[in-house]
Structure formats: C-alpha cells, structure tokens
Design a protein around this ligand. Structure first.
Ligand code: FES
Length: 194
C-alpha cells in the first residue's frame, strides 16, 4: 500500500437511517400516540353528552331555598289577625321536566299585632299532614295526631318536634303578597328544607 496516498475518511451510516433495532421502538411509540389521540377524539362527544345530561341536576343542586310566589292581595287578609289559608300554585320543575301551575302546598297568612303579615307553612312538622285553624280555640290543630300550636306558631304540646314553619313574606307594589314558599322535613327538630 502506498503510504503517500490520501487517507480515506471512514464511512458512517447516514443520520436519517436509524439503526434497525430502533424501528420496533418507533413503531410502538407511533402506535401509542395514535391510540391516545383516537381515545381523546372518542371521549369528546361522550363527555359533552354527559355534561348535557347532568347539567340540569348540577344546576338544581346549586339553587337552594324556595321561590317567591304571588299568593294574594293585602286586602284579602283580615285586619283582626284571623289566619287565612291559601293554596300555593306555581310551575314545578324537576331535573328535566316542567309541570305548569302545580300545587306545591298551602300556607296560612295573617296579620300580627304590629300589623305585619306573617306566614306559616300549613304542613305539620310532626309527619306532614295539613294543620287546621280552629277559630273557636284560636289555635292550629293537626287532625292526624293532635299536634297543636298557638296563633304565633309555637307548639302547645310535645307531639310536634318544632313550631310551625314560618315563611318569608314580601308585599310588592303595596298590594301584592308574595311568599318564598318551601317545604321542610317532617319529624325533625331543625327546620330542614326538602
Ligand atoms: S302529622 Fe300532624 S300531628 Fe302528626
């Protein structure tokens, strides 16, 4: 061999050609990526559908407390403190359906000594029957198990676990009586909305 001949550079494989043992790994990574992307694409409509279905339930959970319902006019409430019973009707809605003008319950409206309108839910806090006003006795009495209450709603025997449930009243435009209506759990010492 001629020692004066120019040295030949050693040939190395082109950078774009990976060694053969890297190919299966590349295929595997590509396969995993493809699988991940297809899973995400498939999940998007599923998640969107779930949100659509569950949204009414989630919105219902967020809202608490009763809605104000227009019940009567101020002139319908006797000035002498006699309680008047009223049925409460309003549009009712569960998670998905609306039931217009449904009966939600009943209330007693009356004027107190300060001439303010007060309201009691007529549902007995014992087990949920409707309490009667006994005009002769100036009291409320439940026909089911004899729970009894004074006209200010305080109980006069130990049958009910609590006093009658008061409800918030608003007089609007000087004539309209609105009540924030809600029902409360029967049989509990605390007033728990249901
Ligand atoms: S439900 Fe009223 S006394 Fe029992």
């Amino acid at each position: 061999m001629n020692s004066d001949a120019p040295a030949m550079a050693e040939e190395s494989p082109p950078a774009s050609n990976p060694p053969h043992h890297d190919l299966p790994r590349r295929h595997f990574v590509l396969h995993v990526l493809t699988l991940a992307i297809s899973s995400i694409v498939a999940l998007v409509p599923l998640v969107t559908g779930l949100i659509f279905v569950l949204d009414p339930l989630l919105r219902k959970k967020k809202s608490s407390g009763g809605e104000f319902v227009r019940v009567t006019s101020t002139s319908a409430i006797p000035p002498n403190g006699t309680p008047m019973a009223f049925i409460i009707r309003a549009d009712k809605q569960d998670a998905w359906n609306k039931f217009p003008n449904s009966e939600l319950g009943s209330v007693y409206l009356m004027k107190n000594e300060a001439d303010e309108i007060v309201c009691f839910n007529a549902r007995c806090p014992h087990l949920g029957c409707t309490v009667d006003y006994k005009s002769g006795k100036d009291s409320f009495v439940c026909p089911c198990h004899d729970s009894a209450f004074k006209l200010d709603g305080t109980r006069t025997n130990a049958i009910p676990p609590r006093d009658m449930d008061t409800l918030e009243v608003e007089v609007r435009d000087d004539t309209e009586v609105w009540v924030r209506f809600e029902n409360f759990a029967a049989g509990t010492h605390d007033k728990k909305p249901v």
